[in-house]
Design a protein around this ligand. Structure first.
Ligand SMILES: NC(=O)c1ccc[n+]([C@@H]2O[C@H](COP(=O)([O-])OP(=O)(O)OC[C@H]3O[C@@H](n4cnc5c(N)ncnc54)[C@H](O)[C@@H]3O)[C@@H](O)[C@H]2O)c1
Length: 422
């Protein structure tokens, strides 16, 4: 390697596969601190939070990190984030095509933190542009979106790029320890369980005079299924991810119900109760609710043939197996730990790829939503593999592409799915 060749030039000219390893090799020869550049797409609460977490992670690894570009659908939000992170005005972009401009910069990694409906489109663009990715959960709102994320994840592997997802329990010491124990048979074979995200309602912002449908939906994305996937997808994905992870596979079908009791805006349900069939006689009951002044519970519980465990809590074993749990050296804050894993993978040249896991967790949640909206038993295979199934191509509209084309018509507020008829 010619020392006079800059890392950037080298990256551009190197073959796609193995880029990460080559980058690590260049770093090994360079003197001084390692430097990484970040682009932010979606500069709301979590996007700015994730950029801060990334900086904290970089500090703990001795990496110099700089946010070099920001994109948001909304001008003020883009400018606000650019100011916060010291991004030059010419690197601050807004509008529904602003993400493309971030992909054109020299950023080594991008943070994707818009509402979930845009994730497949933005992830594809990031991988095509050769960027490592941190992407917030959930990662799609419909089955074609999930399959796009999985395909982009596979493409990332061929390019030596890392993808880390914001399902932070997979980077949290207590969960890592219990998942390890489950995988080693501490409670025998998992035969059932219960996962839940029951909490209060999120925000709703009244429509501004003259506001476009697109911006109304962007500001109220937690009220519209087309943007969020509904709260079973947006929030409960965390707990379903734990179930998939501990059991070791996604569910094969879902049946259940849901409805709305309080909401008058948007088109989401207030509550869901779903039975997920994980095959081999394993069932997980899932429930989630966004209703104020009720009992709140965000947790996972598993029953095994030889004991039981909470997601990250007490383990009760009847088989007395002596299992040495690895020491998980974690920062303590899983939000930061996700970025430690991502940055470490980039500097070590050992790509990590969480695309499939987060896509499957999101797909499980979408399957539960469809089961509740329709009242049907919904099969995984109908969403993932059976191309002649009516649900295989189910694309929620307006789609991410509709926003970019300026063809957005908001669904009517307070018109919701009727099971048996939807
Ligand atoms: N892991 C977690 O614990 C956690 C916590 C909160 C949110 N999240 C996830 O993070 C994501 C964002 O949530 P948030 O709370 O920051 O929402 P937010 O509304 O605060 O921010 C979203 C931002 O994206 C922008 N945006 C929307 N569409 C865009 C587009 N096409 N291009 C560019 N910008 C666009 C919006 O203008 C807004 O600024 C969601 O997927 C959410 O589920 C995860």
């Amino acid at each position: 390697m010619d020392q006079s060749v800059s890392r950037r030039t080298f990256m551009k000219t190197s073959a796609a596969a193995g880029v990460a390893l080559q980058m690590a090799a260049v770093w090994a020869q360079e003197k001084g601190p390692r430097r990484l550049k970040v682009g932010l797409v979606g500069a709301g609460g979590r996007g700015k939070g994730a950029a801060g977490d990334c900086m904290e992670a970089a500090k703990s690894l001795g990496i110099e990190l700089q946010v070099v570009a920001v994109a948001d659908a909304v001008e003020e939000r883009a400018k606000d984030a650019a100011k916060q992170f010291g991004v030059a005005p010419e690197r601050c972009f807004w509008g529904f095509d602003a993400y493309r401009k971030v992909m054109e910069t020299e950023a080594d990694l991008v943070i994707l933190a818009t509402s979930p409906n845009f994730r497949p489109l933005h992830l594809e663009a990031a991988i095509d542009a050769g960027k490592n990715v941190f992407m917030e959960k959930p990662v799609a709102v419909d089955p074609p979106g999930i399959r796009r994320v999985i395909a982009a994840g596979e493409k990332a592997k061929t390019k030596g790029l890392s993808i880390v997802a914001g399902t932070q329990r997979r980077h949290q010491a207590g969960y890592l320890a219990n998942q390890f124990l489950a995988s080693q048979g501490a409670i025998g074979k998992i035969v059932g369980g219960s996962v839940s995200w029951c909490g209060g309602k999120l925000w709703y912002q009244a429509r501004k005079p003259g506001e476009s449908d697109a911006l109304y939906m962007v500001r109220n994305w937690v009220s519209f299924t087309e943007m969020s996937g509904d709260h079973i997808v947006e929030q409960h994905v965390h707990n379903l991810d734990v179930a998939n992870w501990y059991i070791g596979r996604p569910p094969v079908s879902a049946v259940g119900f849901g409805g709305r009791a309080r909401r008058q805006t948007g088109n989401q349900f207030d509550f869901f109760s779903i039975d997920f069939d994980y095959d081999d006689n394993v069932h997980i009951h899932s429930m989630c609710r966004q209703v104020d002044k009720c009992y709140n519970a965000v947790r996972e519980f598993f029953v095994g043939s030889e004991g039981s465990m909470w997601g990250a809590g007490k383990v009760t074993s009847t088989n007395n197996k002596q299992i040495a749990v690895p020491e998980y050296k974690v920062h303590g804050n899983p939000y930061v730990e996700e970025h430690v894993a991502l940055l470490q993978s980039i500097v070590d040249g050992k790509p990590v790829n969480e695309a499939q896991a987060v896509a499957e967790a999101t797909m499980a949640a979408i399957m539960g939503r469809i089961a509740a909206y329709t009242g049907d038993l919904v099969k995984w295979s109908d969403l993932m593999t059976k191309q002649d199934s009516a649900l295989y191509g189910l694309t929620l509209k307006p789609s991410a592409e509709d926003f970019e084309k300026g063809e957005v018509v908001a669904p009517k507020d307070d018109v919701v799915a009727i099971p048996g008829e939807a």
